[in-house]
Design a protein around this ligand. Structure first.
Ligand SMILES: O=C1O[C@H](CS(=O)(=O)O)[C@@H](O)[C@H](O)[C@H]1O
Length: 298
């Protein structure tokens, strides 16, 4: 355990921008990406070994695919990647300009569709979108975003959670799992930045009680919210920029957190040298197994 934090560093990865932790129940390992370091990683907590697989471009998120391999959301599009990290096929192109937009946070819905958003890198007034990918192709569902993030589903699949990080806001909307469509979004939680605290909602996961856990980028902590949007607890992380959480371990009661170190000031990195690492803590309420992406049948 780190001083003042319930989290231990389980992998001192020094990732530039660690993201998208995904627990594989079948393999009992944690997959994660380094977006700017351009790697897809397989971390085995039982041995401490991490295998980094080089990617050809920035990789924003991954999800596990039924039958093996990954769907990878990269800068130029969505791709199928095999278990050895070889890019096999492009499923969809990024409809935005890849010079200023890349795919970011993504998650499979409980019916096997892939939801994924983009990041408007120049933050030019909200050019990013949230998309759905299934047999209907890549369809934009929400526009006007700066950084699409925080995708998660309630345990009964009736709510979709979603955040826009630089807007300091988490939204939720009624989700129809039969069709992959949703109602208009409602503002669910809005954080108020201060001069000392620009913590904003990044990647997230929901536990079996329906509580929403979010990393606070530049906020150095993880928050847990009730389904009613009430802040229940906060847990400091030994990194200023935790990026996303995932439940793992045999009982899904280990909370893993990825983090970033890219662009952080020297004094902060001196104080928080494990920034960019993977952290973990035990929790009393487990998460849910991550659904597998079902490749659409043409
Ligand atoms: O690139 C990223 O940056 C954002 C933070 S922000 O958009 O600059 O506020 C981070 O949340 C995101 O996950 C990451 O991919």
């Amino acid at each position: 355990m780190s001083e003042g934090s319930p989290f231990s560093c389980v992998l001192d990865a020094r990732a530039r921008l660690g993201e998208s932790p995904v627990w594989s129940v079948a393999e009992q390992v944690l997959y994660w990406v380094d977006i700017k370091g351009r790697t897809l990683n397989r971390f085995d907590p039982a041995t401490g070994a991490n295998k980094a697989m080089a990617m050809p471009e920035d990789i924003g998120s991954v999800a596990l695919v039924e039958g093996g391999g990954f769907i990878a959301a990269m800068r130029s599009g969505l791709f199928l990647v095999d278990t050895d990290g070889r890019v096999r096929e492009r499923l969809a192109a990024n409809p935005e300009d890849p010079a200023v937009s890349r795919f970011n946070d993504g998650r499979t819905d409980p019916a096997g569709r892939f939801l994924v958003g983009t990041i408007d890198e120049p933050k030019a007034g909200g050019q990013a979108h949230l998309y759905r990918f299934d047999e209907r192709g890549l369809v934009p569902l929400v526009g006007g975003l700066l950084t699409s993030n925080g995708l998660a589903f309630s345990p009964d699949s009736t709510w979709l959670y979603h955040s826009d990080t630089p807007a300091f806001t988490i939204y939720r909307q009624r989700y129809d799992i039969e069709t992959g469509t949703f109602s208009d979004r409602e503002e669910w939680v809005r954080l108020t930045p201060t001069e000392d605290d620009r913590g904003r909602p990044d990647g997230a996961a929901v536990d079996i009680e329906g509580c929403y856990w979010t990393a606070l980028y530049e906020g150095g902590r993880i928050q847990r919210y009730s389904p009613q949007g009430e802040l229940l607890a906060e847990f400091p992380v030994p990194a200023r920029c935790p990026t996303m959480v995932a439940f793992g371990g045999a009982d899904l009661k280990t909370l893993f957190v990825t983090s970033a170190r890219d662009g952080r000031p020297d004094d902060e990195l001196a104080h928080l040298p494990q920034s960019g690492g993977i952290f973990a803590m035990r929790v009393s309420v487990p998460g849910l197994p991550e659904p597998l992406f079902r490749r659409p049948v043409p």
